[in-house]
Design a protein around this ligand. Structure first.
Ligand SMILES: *[C@@H]1O[C@H](CO)[C@@H](O)[C@H](O)[C@H]1NC(C)=O
Ligand SMILES: *[C@@H]1O[C@H](CO)[C@@H](O)[C@H](O)[C@H]1NC(C)=O
Ligand SMILES: *[C@@H]1O[C@H](CO)[C@@H](O)[C@H](O)[C@H]1NC(C)=O
Ligand SMILES: *[C@@H]1O[C@H](CO)[C@@H](O)[C@H](O)[C@H]1NC(C)=O
Ligand SMILES: *[C@@H]1O[C@H](CO)[C@@H](O)[C@H](O)[C@H]1NC(C)=O
Length: 599
């Protein structure tokens, strides 16, 4: 494929059937995204303050304090919330024709039961956080839009309905099928504010095209069922005309627009309750551990990277594998926020008196120690050393899988914020000097050259022209088993570096860095409702897609000015006009593009 043509600036569709999911018709309007972010962060603040910070400091700043020295973990937390938001958006599209999912057509009791069974499904998914987040999004969709689509807010203002969606709770009365709930109005675009006639019972609007049909009333009738309202709902033209939705601040779209902020506040409170309410929240349903995993509530300060090695007998390959992974991880993260708190090495052997355990703060020390292990004879007793020394999750692995398992565990437990500075084949014909640029956000720089070995003739020069001699504690040169040379620099001064080759060999080079800035891109389908479901499969030629780039940790004044699409070789193809928005978690650049017809 050649590339992607960008045709237009983003236009915001104006049709929906609940709160807007992620973009809204104006900047002030609240969306499922803002409701979820604010409600979830309130819940996490409260939870972290009580359970992780022992109630020290203030509850409001608990999230900031908890992740203060671990920007990468905070980004993971932000991405977990983003995944739930996306599941909410997907639900709006995929369940479009199921009226009770949207509380439409007085199907409020069914909506109540839907949330109950949705919550029940959560406990069955305990071991799969990805599916859990999706299911959670499905539940939260109905929990939140209850406040836009029913008359709860008209009756009770901005408080959440604590019984809604809770097993064993009886809902208050809901309008009967034959009962009129709204009075007719002359002008469907105006004066709809006070149209509800039922008191002390719940009702919601009909919405044509959403799996329900509004009952007709005889000619001249002055009352009938309520509609959802807004230009996309044809039922608003039937008696009782107009509608009751509160999904925006805009009168033309939302007959009860003046209650939008209250609907938002109650939906935020209901979201918080759904997560952490005593007894009924998913925290008590799923427990601390799963809750921590759903939202990535952990930092490196709690985590050691530990290896348990049986060094009796034929463990040579395993020890080599552990050494390799440790070198790769340590050299990439040392001195950055992404480093494990410490490293544990537990060695066991026959007889038991030869068992030893070590804790290292400095990653280079564990590498040195592993190097010094001598493989002796003896039987093995794998369960022994794990006992009492390690409190975390213990993974067992067979010889064949050790590399894969080590990779997976380290990647999952210690995600790194790695950016690729450069990656190239150093062919015989190319220049012996190569330049690359390091910016001031970089905390660790790693240069990997494969595979010249010890006396490699590979030299690194600082921007000021000085050759690195590895005399300081902040820089290291290590050689792995496959003779790969790794140079690791902590807090490198920004500027243009020079890598020099003094022997005529063909090598490959990867230069990577730890930087607190991280990108996430998302591509969405275009829908008439503007709900932005995630793209499944590949883009189809000639169709419009919305493209988000979420930039985490860009700082409060960060901006995105251009999105440049490139081909596989990195050549710039097009600049895409973008719209920048800022969510609670990230700076977001959004753009719409049309895939080209030609390939
Ligand atoms: C969650 O953690 C807190 C404090 O660490 C503890 O008191 C509480 O019992 C835990 N709850 C569950 C469900 O594990
Ligand atoms: C560079 O990265 C690629 C892809 O991850 C990997 O296959 C290759 O071995 C790396 N080369 C070096 C020198 O680390
Ligand atoms: C050049 O920069 C390096 C790294 O900051 C520093 O260690 C070295 O002393 C500098 N050399 C000179 C001549 O200023
Ligand atoms: C894509 O967007 C352009 C510009 O708004 C519009 O003219 C075109 O009809 C859209 N195409 C599709 C398939 O929706
Ligand atoms: C962001 O901009 C404001 C106003 O220009 C300034 O006061 C503030 O110091 C800036 N913050 C950062 C982190 O640069």
């Amino acid at each position: 494929m050649k590339g992607i043509v960008v045709s237009i600036l983003m236009t915001i569709p104006i049709l929906t059937s609940a709160f807007y999911t992620r973009q809204s018709p104006d900047r002030r309007t609240y969306t499922h995204e803002s409701i979820t972010e604010v409600g979830t962060l309130q819940a996490l603040s409260s939870y972290i303050w009580k359970n992780k910070l022992k109630q020290v400091g203030s509850e409001i700043s608990a999230v900031e304090v908890f992740y203060e020295k671990d920007a990468t973990s905070k980004i993971e937390m932000g991405k977990s919330i983003n995944a739930i938001v996306q599941a909410i958006a997907d639900t709006q599209v995929e369940k479009k024709d199921i009226a009770y999912v949207h509380c439409h057509a007085d199907q409020i009791l069914l909506a109540h039961q839907h949330v109950i069974s949705c919550r029940d499904k959560l406990s069955q998914l305990k071991n799969d956080v990805v599916e859990l987040r999706k299911q959670l999004g499905e539940c939260l969709y109905t929990v939140q839009l209850f406040y836009s689509n029913t008359n709860w807010v008209e009756m009770y203002g901005e408080v959440p309905y604590e019984d809604f969606g809770i097993k064993g709770k009886r809902l208050m009365a809901v309008a009967l099928p034959e009962e009129d709930t709204c009075k007719d109005v002359k002008n469907t675009d105006l004066n709809c504010g006070q149209n509800i006639i039922v008191k002390d019972k719940l009702t919601s609007g009909y919405h044509h095209g959403r799996g329900n049909t509004k009952p007709t009333r005889p000619q001249g009738a002055t009352t009938g069922k309520c509609s959802h309202g807004g230009p996309n709902d044809e039922s608003r033209k039937m008696v009782a005309k107009c509608g009751i939705n509160k999904e925006t601040f805009i009168e033309r779209l939302s007959p009860h627009h003046y209650l939008h902020r209250r609907a938002y506040l109650s939906a935020v409170a209901a979201t918080k309750d759904f997560l952490i309410m005593e007894d009924t929240g998913i925290l008590s349903l799923l427990g601390n551990k799963t809750f921590d995993e759903i939202f990535h509530i952990k930092t490196r300060k709690d985590l050691s990277l530990a290896f348990v090695i049986d060094y009796s007998g034929s463990m040579k390959e395993e020890i080599a594998a552990v050494k390799e992974r440790t070198i790769q991880h340590v050299t990439a993260t040392i001195g950055s926020d992404n480093e494990p708190a410490d490293y544990v090495l537990s060695l066991f052997n026959d007889p038991v008196t030869m068992n030893e355990a070590f804790v290292f703060r400095d990653g280079y020390e564990i590498i040195k120690k592993i190097d010094s292990i001598k493989v002796d004879g003896g039987g093995d007793c794998p369960e022994f050393a794990a006992d009492g020394i390690l409190k975390g999750t213990i993974y067992h692995t067979s010889k064949e899988e050790i590399n894969v398992v080590l990779d997976a565990i380290i990647e999952k437990t210690f995600p790194v914020a790695e950016v690729i500075v450069d990656s190239f084949e150093w062919s015989l014909t190319s220049d012996d000097n190569t330049m690359f640029v390091v910016d001031s956000t970089v905390t660790v720089l790693k240069v990997a050259v494969c595979c010249p070995g010890e006396d490699s003739g590979v030299e690194l020069f600082y921007p000021n022209g000085t050759k690195e001699t590895f005399a300081s504690r902040l820089s290291r040169k290590l050689v792995t088993n496959r003779k790969e040379v790794i140079i690791s620099l902590q807090h490198p001064p920004p500027g243009r570096y020079n890598l020099e080759r003094s022997l005529p060999y063909k090598w490959s080079v990867n230069i990577t860095a730890q930087s607190p800035v991280k990108l996430e891109t998302e591509i969405f389908e275009y829908t008439e409702s503007g709900a932005l479901p995630i793209l499944k499969g590949s883009p189809i030629a000639g169709k419009n897609y919305t493209f988000y780039v979420n930039i985490y940790n860009l700082g409060e004044n960060g901006t995105c000015n251009d999105l440049i699409l490139t081909d596989i070789l990195g050549n710039a193809l097009f600049n895409i006009p973008i719209i920048q928005t800022t969510t609670l978690m990230a700076v977001r650049c959004a753009a719409i593009f049309t895939t080209p017809n030609q390939v």
